[in-house]
Every structure is written in structure tokens, then in C-alpha cells.
Design a protein around this ligand. Sequence first.
Ligand code: AMP
Ligand code: ZN
Length: 465
Amino acid sequence: MSLVFFNTLTRQKEEFVPIESGKVKMYTCGPTVYDYPHIGNYRTFLFEDLLRRYLKYKGFQVTQVMNLTDIDDKIIIGSQKKGISLDEYTAPYKKIFFEDLNTLNAEASEFYPEATKHIKEMVKIIKKLLGKKHAYEIEGSIYFKISTFPEYGKLSKMNLEELKVGTRVKADEYEKEQVSDFALWKAWDEKDGDIFWETEIGKGRPGWHIECSAMSMKYLGEYFDIHTGGVDNIFPHHENEIAQSQCATGKKFVNFWLHAEHLLVDNKRMAKRYGNFYTLRDLLDKGWYPMAIRYLLLSTYYRQQLNFTLEGLEAAKNSLQRIFDFSDQLETIEKEGKNPQAERLVISAKEKFEAGLDDDLNVSIGLAAIFDLIYEVNKLLRENQVSKTDAQLILNQMDSFDKVLGYLKKPEESLDDKAVQLVERREKARQDKDWQLADKIRKQLLEMGIILEDTSAGTKWKKKI
Ligand code: AMP
Ligand code: ZN
């Protein structure tokens, strides 16, 4: 089956065919580095990771660009409050973002351009827009004139005639009701203090939207395959990106626009401004296992809203534990021979997994395929019908699924010195037939998150996730 994506631009599922055969160029709107991101942000970033990984799984060579927005109103206010420079203010948040991506096992993009390092490229586009009369200047600020672009509103499906089109808006984020000419360049004023760039188009700073046009075109060219973000990016951010890019180049900007639905809390969007958010570190500090968070954020089809609860996270953790237990058990099998049923189950799971992901990354179907496989193989395991060769085949298939999902593999584990000593003391107690002491130590280890299993091949330990 071919790979299809739901394209926000056409509101249809369309077969994905890249512009250049075998290669995919994609741009993802990255974080505004003014604070710790919340896990809603990571839902979108992990959806983009899933997209990237699945494209690679399908054999495409992916070039992904994720920008860092390191200049905007919030950043200016934050740095001024602290009395430090823009760079000093954003540097720790950039670091935190990369650490979080790593913790969540997101693959690195090929490029992470920063807005403040691409002012020249932005100015160049703005000059082009001025030259072609798609932009105009008022009091040193430069605005894009939306009436010069008849396609304006196509992405967000707005009917401009029905809307009260406002005059101008300087803010980067605004509601549909306020549809207006938007700022490409904001003239310096006192509030900006020493934050400005002295350029050919004046003293000031760029608007948010122009950043993404400049950085995407620099690294991917004027016309590329996929642009992604969260649904809140559709309007005005992506609508404006299309307008300014296409007017500057005279070309189509992007073929596929993919947008992730929001993570909710109590049925309201998780957002800083509502105060209903968890950062990744909030959850890690409470002892949550990072891959359970990844699992939860990726377990629902990206175009469906996902309501975040701690119960949901607990369920995600338990599902993951089931997967780890399954793999652990397969690794211990020594039985000889080959059961053709195992191969049939693997082929069918692979087909179902790929059919789900080919259909606009429907990960729920992909996961169902994995859990069906686990269920059926567990039945065979109970009947001792799985050989070492079969187990290897199944484990290899799990590895292949994990290339896409990135959470199926338990990381290497080790015990600290104290735990090693306790395990040894318990082993000794068992040899001495001191069952009471052995039991006491087992409980002590369990409190430390270490589970002991006494098997015919000796005592094994594993960590609770
Ligand atoms: P920001 O740092 O605010 O620019 O947001 C970074 C990304 O997170 C953007 O792509 C947003 O669309 C996305 N985003 C913001 N809030 C949520 C949420 N509650 N659920 C999912 N994605 C979100
Ligand atoms: Zn963007």
C-alpha cells in the first residue's frame, strides 16, 4: 500500500510522493526558547519524530529542519526582567530543549537554525516583498499586505469576504477574527531597549512568521515536501508563511502540511497561559519513566486530541512493562527447532503495522498489531511452542518496530553497589535456607524498584519502570 498523509491544505488524505525521488525535505516549527516546554509541546515534537522515523523506515532519505525561535516578545520581556542579554537568556532553554529531546529518545534533526542567526536572510525576503508591493512600511515597521495575495486563507479555510478584515497587527499571535496585514519587521521602540538589528530595512527586529520562511528556504530550498506543526500553528503562522514565501518566490512553497492535534488537560488545551501544564521534568522528578511518557504521547493518532491524565500515564507504563516482559521472556528461550506459526504471526503483525502507519501514521493500528502479536505468541509460549530461532525472529521484528516507535526497547540496566550486595546476601540466605532473611531482602529490593525472579537458571533481577 502507498503512504498517505492528511494534507491540511486540501483537507484530504493524499498519496505522499516527494519532489525528488527517494528524498524528503521537511520543516518543523520548533520551540520558542523562553521557558521549559510543556509535554503538550512534546506531543507535537514527538509526532514529528514519528513522521521522520517512518519516512526513514520506508526508505526515504530525510532532511529535517527544526528552528529555534530565540527572539520574540516573551523572550524580550524575560531577558529584560533578568537584566541579561538575549543570548544569555535563551541559552539555558536551548540546552533544556535538546536534553529533553534526548530523554524522550527523539532523533536529531539535520538542522536546528536559530532565528537570531538568520536576520540577513529575513531582510532579503522582506526587501523582495517590498519591491513587489506585497509589503508596505508604516512608522518604520513593515507589514505584509494580505489583499495582494488572493490565496490568503486557503490553508485555514477562511473566507476573507465574510471576515472583517482588520487593518494591521503587530503581535505575532492573533485570532482569526482579527485577520489583518501582519508585521514582517517591527521598528525598534523604547520597550525593546538594546535588542535590535540595524539593517537595510531599518532598526528593529523580525516578526515571528518571516523567521520560518527564511530558515526553511535557506536549508530546504524555495519549494519542499512537508511542513509540520501543532494545529494552533495553522492560523496565523502557517497561513502567513505561505503568503510571504509564495509572494517572494512566485512558486508554490510546500506540498504537504501536517498538523498535530493538541494535548489536553480536563478537556482544555495544555498551555502555559492556562497554568494547566506539566513540564517533562515535573514528571521525571515524580519518578515517571521517560519512555512511558513517550509511549503515552505517541499512542494516539496524531489528528486526535489526547487528554492527559496520570492514570493514562500509569496505563502507558503498564503497557510498556508488558512489552518489556515479553521481550525478556523471549530472550531466555533455548528450545530447538522452528515453529512455522511464529513466522506467520510475525509477517501478519508487520503487514498490519505498516498498513496502519501508511494510513496517515495511524499508530493505534500499529500498536494493536504489536499487542496482537504479543497475545498470540504468549499463547504459544504457554504451550512451550516457541523455539530459540522463533524467538529471535520475533525479537528482530520488535527491533524493526522500534525503529519507528522508539520506546519498545528497554535500556541497558545496571545495579548500584548497594543493590548488588543485597542480591548477593539474599543468594547466600537462600543457600543457607534462611527463607525469612531471603524474603526480607527481596522486599527491601522491591522498595528500591528491583524485582527478583527465582528461575531454574538462578535468580534474575529487573528494574521496575
Ligand atoms: P511554542 O514553543 O509555543 O512555539 O510551541 C511549540 C510547538 O508545540 C508548536 O508546534 C505548537 O503547535 C505545539 N503545541 C503547543 N501547545 C500544544 C499542546 N497543548 N498540544 C500539542 N502541541 C502543542
Ligand atoms: Zn514556524
